[in-house]
Structures are given as C-alpha cells and as structure tokens.
Design a protein around this ligand. Sequence first.
Ligand code: ZN
Ligand code: ZN
Length: 316
Amino acid sequence: MPMTTYTMDVFKNATYTSLADAMLPHTQNTYWHEFNEISKYNVQLNYFEKLWAAWYLFIGNDVLATGIMSFLMHEFVYFGRSLPWMIIDRIPSMNKYKIQNQKVPSAKEQWDCAKLVLLSHFTVELPQIWLFHPLAQYFGLGTTVPFPTIFTMAYQIAIFFVLEDAWHYWSHRALHWGPLYKNIHKIHHQYSAPFGLAAEYASPIEVMILGLGSVGPPILWCAITKDLHILTMYIWIVLRLFQAIDAHSGYDFPWSLHKFLPFWAGADHHDTHHEKFIGNYSSSFRWWDYALDTESGPEATKRRREKKLAQARKAQ
Ligand SMILES: [Zn+2]
Ligand SMILES: [Zn+2]
C-alpha cells in the first residue's frame, strides 16, 4: 500500500501515514488551538491548507474527519444549491424562463420531495460517503497538505466528467428498460416537470447505480495513477451536484451554459427527458445521445423526419 507521507516541522524526525496518525493519541485541544499550532510551524501553507490540516488534527481520525466533512458538505451543497431555484419558482417574472412554464412545483410537492431525499441521504448515501475514504485511501488517496495544483485538479475533474457522463448514459438508458423502469427508475420520473430538489429523488438502488458513476472513476483513477487528492474529489462532487441540480431546475436562461458550450447538456436537455420519458439519457454532455441517435424533443424529431424523407427521396 502506498504511503501518504506527511512531515510537519513539529514532527521533524518522523514520517506518518496520515496527519491523524501524527497526532494519535489525540489531544483534547480545540480546533483553533490546532490551527494556531499549525500556523506557527508551517508558514509555507496557505490559509485554506491550514484550516484543512487543523481539521484533521482536531478530529484525530482520518476516516471520521473525512466522513463528517463529506456528509456535511453534501447536505450543505445539495440544499444550498436547491434553495435559489425554490425562490425563483416563487418569482412570477422568472416564469418566462421556465421550460414547462405551466408546471411550477407547489410548496407541498417540494417538501414531500425534500423529505424523501433527506431519508435517502441518511440511509443510503451516508454509508457510501463513509466507505469512500478507507477504500480510496487503500488506493493511495491523498488527504494531506499542500494541495495539488489547480491544473492537476482541473484535468482530473474533466476526466471524471467525461467518464461519469458515459456511465450515466448507459446505465440510465438501461434503467428505461421495462422491468428496471417499473421497479427502480419510475420513482425519479414522478415529476414530469422537474425542479432542483428532485435531482436525487430516486430509488435507493438508483442512487447506488448512478452514484457509482460519480465515485467509481475517481477510485479507479486513484488505483491506476496513485495521484488523487481528496480536495479534487470534493470539488468534483460539488460541481457534479451543481450539474445535477441545475439540470433538474426546470429553467433555461439566455445565459445558460449550453448556449455557449453546445455540447453541454444543461436543464434544456434533461427537462425534455422528464417531459417525454424517452431519449436524452446522458447527464453532462450531449455527445452520446447525438452519436447514438437517442436525442429527445421536437428538434430531434424534426431532424429524424428530415433524414427519413431524404433517404426515401434517394431510394426513389
Ligand atoms: Zn429517466
Ligand atoms: Zn432526472
């Protein structure tokens, strides 16, 4: 097993497998005491790196430290990102940007959805989030400071986006096969006009299958290259949550990302999937649906009809 080495000035003569190991048995210091100690002896670290290192020292157990931080981050980002969409739903002037503008979710609908999502977060996602750390650490996941460079994080996250999208396309397409749809995926399709909070409104089995697309590629990457930092993983998960929630928002603006990046899927792509129940299976990008002719919506239908007509003309 590869060692994640960390040598702090205060522990000059020793190399530890992790920050927490360096401090075990854990002292009963406060978080800010740890932060001040780190600041004193590690002037080369930036503020965020010091906050990070102090958290691991303060908790004194890497699995616990990552588990708590990951779960809280997921909740904070999920509900934090959904909230602006709930507010926008209540602003009449925003209605012109709503894709299915006759179907604004009621407060009760949103509350019912939030309850199921919360239940699933605590029962299905919490154990998975907890398991991620020991599993990834086994493959050499880095949790220490200093952090990787922006460039390293950016190209790794770009790879995760592409791989997740491919996994999502195929497994989501499979979930639309009769028996799987009836037993698993139907729950997610309860809302034919989606809203931000509905992004993770799904059967626990679906959460596990599709969640594998977000967690699997980083673990695989870590196992092959031995070069992944948990901060990269966090940024990836945050961006993926933003993508999923925004895709379910139900709003398409003139300034939406796919207007500038034509291959970006966005809300326009996934809203149509919920409305038509067929086609547009991918998550972040449009290339899989385009290449395999599974695009949904009036434009795709028109294109298909034109293609057929052209073929018929040619055959005559
Ligand atoms: Zn679906
Ligand atoms: Zn959906």
